[in-house]
Ligand binder design. Structure first.
Ligand code: PLP
Length: 442
């Protein structure tokens, strides 16, 4: 879609909303559809090829409007999470299907998803221990609970530990910034010997610093053996798993209890949209369910009927699955894959430009759309270069520390980015590097 089509479609949507308001008295106050009405009206997976805007708008009147906000909002979300789960080839246990134990939900952010998973895991282990040892109080258990993530995990993981009131310990990552079995085992042995109760592990696929990947195939089986909840945070990288050539990065997801990534980061869905799947929906519902009389509606969360308020922290929720429906249909799976591939290819283009200049080094293998690089030399030199780059205001780079090195990060993330932008950005960085290096020599 080019800019003029965006403008035209946007105006059509405004007309649609105005017409809806004008004709609101002719609509039903309460929908006359039965729960479960929507799934049979939709294909079981996302289209491979793009569909037209007219097709989708037509379906809004035909499929969504008769179900109004409820149950259409809930049911479209369940089906969209199944579509997306199938694009990623998630194990069936994570999909809602018609009557499975698992399913997906849209959270507002990856931070919320991690927190929700941690709280559910906390409740699950507490109930298990209290069933076995009824004399144990919740406070006594909480004091001993311990969770783990790699030392490369996003700060939101540590924050989930803080909010959840449990210890969260960093596991030292290996030379590829990956959490491995040996380091996790060492921590488990030490903590169990000290009387602590390990209950929760967050594995990151695509770390914020350098897009490294924890080793799920090693960490997953340990979590299963030790009865620890495994949550996967793939906030950024998850979108890439819709491409068969990147799907191997998700191998081991079958060991996880919950998995999350942000379609709003890299799958063209507007903020906010963080997709989360669980294998056992009862673990979430069991952790958060309260049923005051003003929220009773006679339906139980089971089979066809999902009550997402029990899957999340807020009560109210928006109709966020509509934007997934539009994006998946307007691009088709092939269009979305092409979008990811283009970004990865542009990241490799930038990488090869950096490699051609002997003054620079690449600091981490380029797997997806992030290139970590630096001038060979001191951290001070690189900090000066970064300052120049960002104060020139033509491009913006966010740095990181990889061990003791100050590193620059070049991220391909705009919908409109082309090779010419990458070339121009590199030319600009080189010119500023010339200045910084000549000052350094002077
Ligand atoms: N996890 C990782 C790996 C991230 O890169 C980020 C954000 O960049 C987050 C979590 C936090 O995401 P959100 O803003 O959706 O909470």
């Amino acid at each position: 879609m080019d800019a003029s089509e965006f403008r035209r479609r946007g105006k059509e949507m405004v007309d649609y909303v105005a017409n809806y308001l004008e004709g609101i008295e002719s609509r039903l106050v309460y929908p006359d559809v039965e729960p479960g009405y929507l799934r049979p009206l939709l294909p079981s997976s996302a289209p491979e090829e793009p569909e037209t805007f007219e097709d989708i708008i037509g379906d809004i009147e035909r499929i969504i409007m008769p179900g109004a906000a409820s149950p259409a909002c809930t049911e479209l979300e369940t089906v969209m999470l199944d579509w997306l789960g199938k694009m990623l080839r998630l194990p069936d246990a994570f999909l809602a299907g018609d009557a499975s134990l698992g399913g997906g939900v849209i959270q507002g952010s990856a931070s919320e998803a991690t927190l929700v998973a941690l709280l559910a895991a906390r409740t699950k282990v507490t109930r298990r221990l209290q069933a076995a040892f009824p004399e144990l109080t919740q406070a006594a258990i909480m004091e001993k609970l311990v969770a783990y993530s790699s030392d490369q995990a996003h700060s939101s993981v540590e924050r989930a530990g803080l909010i959840g009131g449990v210890k969260l310990k960093p596991i030292p990552s290996d030379s590829n910034f990956s959490m491995r079995a040996a380091a996790l085992q060492e921590a488990l042995q030490r903590d169990k010997a000290a009387g602590l109760i390990p209950f929760f592990v967050v594995a990151t696929l695509g770390t914020t610093n350098c897009c490294s990947f924890d080793n799920l195939l090693e960490v997953g089986p340990i979590c299963n053996e030790e009865d620890m909840w495994l949550h996967i945070d793939a906030a950024y990288a998850g979108s890439a798993f819709i491409c068969p050539e990147f799907r191997h990065l998700l191998d081991g997801v079958e060991f996880a209890d919950s998995f999350n990534f942000n379609p709003h980061k890299w799958l063209l869905v507007n903020f906010d949209c963080s997709a989360m799947w669980v294998k056992q929906r009862k673990d979430l519902i069991g952790a958060f369910k309260l049923d005051p009389v003003y929220l009773k509606h006679g339906h139980q969360d089971s089979g066809l009927i999902t009550d997402y308020r029990h899957w999340q922290i807020p009560l109210g929720r928006r109709f966020r699955s509509l934007k997934m429906w539009f994006v998946f249909r307007m691009y088709g799976v092939k269009g979305l894959q092409a979008y990811i591939r283009k970004h990865v290819q542009l990241a490799h283009e930038f990488e090869s430009l950096v490699r051609q200049d002997p003054r620079f080094e690449i600091c981490m293998d380029v797997t997806l759309g992030l290139v970590c690089f630096r001038l060979k030399g001191s951290n001070q030199l690189n900090e000066t270069l970064l300052k120049r780059i960002n104060s020139a205001r033509k491009i913006h780079l966010v740095p990181c520390h990889l061990r003791d090195k100050f590193v620059l990060r070049f991220a391909i993330c705009s919908r409109e980015v082309e090779s010419a932008h990458v070339q121009r950005a590199w030319q600009h960085i080189r010119e500023l590097a010339d200045e910084v290096l000549s000052l350094d020599r002077a």
